[in-house]
Design a protein around this ligand. Structure first.
Ligand code: MTE
Ligand code: MO
Length: 257
C-alpha cells in the first residue's frame, strides 16, 4: 500500500553502487530473457507490482540500461495502459529532489512559459493562452525509480499539439525543459510526439496543486517519474543534448519504453 505524501527520499545515485550485485543479477536475467520481461517494462505494460524490493531492483537495473537499446524498443504507436477513474490516487504522491515542505509555489498570474530553439514562434505563453489549446485527458501509472508508483488522471495539451502551435521543427532530436526549482530534463522527439505525452495543467478534474507542478508539468506515459518535469518555465527544441537532473548523475537518460 502506498502511503501518501510520505517525506520524499530523493533517488540517491549512490544507491546504484550499494545494490550493484543485485542489480547486475537482475540486469543479466533481463538481457538473457530478451530484456522485456521484468521490472519497469512489466510495470509500464500493466502488471501489478509484487514487492517493492524486487520492483526497485528492476527499476534500478532499467535505469542503467543503454539508451540506444531502449530507444530501439520504443514504438510511437504503442500506447501505455490506461486505468479507471476509481483507481486514481487523490491527492497524487509527491516527490522531488527535496522535501514537500520545501516546495516554492509558482505564481500563475506572472508565470510565463518561454519557448526557444528550433521554433518559428517564440512568443511566451500565459496560463490563459495554454488553456485555450485543445485538451486531452489520460489515466496512467506514474512509476518512480525508487520503486513506488500510483495511478493518476492528468489533463492538458498534447506536447505534439503544442509543438505544432509554436511551429517547432519536429526533425530536431530533443525537447529540453527548464523548471522553476532549477530542475531540468529532456526527452527525444518520438516521445514528445507520443499521443500520451501531455503538458499537464489538471489532475483528477482540478487545476494541478502547487506540489505537483502548478501551473505546468510534463506527464509522459512511457517514462520513469524523473522524466516528468514539474513547474516548467522553458521549453527548447534542439539538436544539442540537454541532459537532465538525474541523467547528469548517471541515471539512464532514455528510462522508458
Ligand atoms: N521540477 C521538478 N520536477 C520533477 C522533480 C523535481 O525534483 N523537480 N522530481 C521528479 C521525480 S523523481 C518524480 S518521481 C516526479 C514526481 O511527481 P509527483 O510529485 O507529481 O508524483 O516528479 C519529477 N519531476
Ligand atoms: Mo522519481
Amino acid at each position: 500500500m502506498i502511503s501518501r505524501n510520505r517525506p520524499a527520499t530523493p533517488p540517491d545515485p549512490g544507491i546504484l553502487d550499494n545494490h550493484r550485485p543485485l542489480v547486475d543479477a537482475v540486469e543479466r536475467r533481463m538481457v538473457l530473457r530478451g530484456g522485456l520481461s521484468l521490472g519497469l517494462l512489466t510495470l509500464l505494460t500493466g502488471c501489478e507490482p509484487e514487492s517493492n524490493a524486487s520492483v526497485r531492483a528492476a527499476l534500478l537495473a532499467m535505469s542503467r540500461f543503454n539508451d540506444r537499446f531502449q530507444e530501439a524498443l520504443f514504438d510511437v504507436n504503442k500506447l501505455a495502459p490506461t486505468y479507471r477513474p476509481d483507481q486514481v490516487l487523490k491527492p497524487p504522491r509527491f516527490n522531488a529532489y527535496y522535501d514537500i515542505t520545501q516546495v516554492q509555489p509558482v505564481d500563475g498570474a506572472t508565470w510565463r512559459l518561454e519557448v526557444g530553439g528550433k521554433v518559428a514562434d517564440k512568443t511566451p505563453w500565459t496560463v490563459e493562452r495554454m488553456a485555450k489549446l485543445p485538451q486531452t485527458d489520460m489515466i496512467i501509472r506514474h512509476v518512480c525509480v525508487e520503486g513506488w508508483d500510483y495511478i493518476g488522471e492528468w489533463a492538458g495539451v498534447r506536447l505534439g499539439t503544442f509543438l505544432k502551435a509554436i511551429g517547432a521543427d519536429t526533425r530536431a532530436r530533443y525537447i529540453g525543459f527548464k523548471c522553476a526549482d532549477n530542475y531540468h530534463e529532456s526527452i527525444d522527439m518520438p516521445t514528445a510526439l507520443h499521443p500520451q505525452t501531455l503538458l499537464a495543467t489538471r489532475y483528477a478534474g482540478e487545476t494541478i496543486a502547487d506540489p505537483y507542478g502548478f501551473p505546468l508539468r510534463l506527464r509522459t506515459s512511457t517514462k520513469l517519474g524523473f522524466k516528468n518535469p514539474k513547474w516548467i518555465t522553458a521549453i527548447e527544441v534542439t539538436d544539442v543534448y540537454p541532459g537532465g537532473y538525474f541523467p547528469d548523475q548517471g541515471f539512464n537518460w532514455f528510462s522508458g519504453m
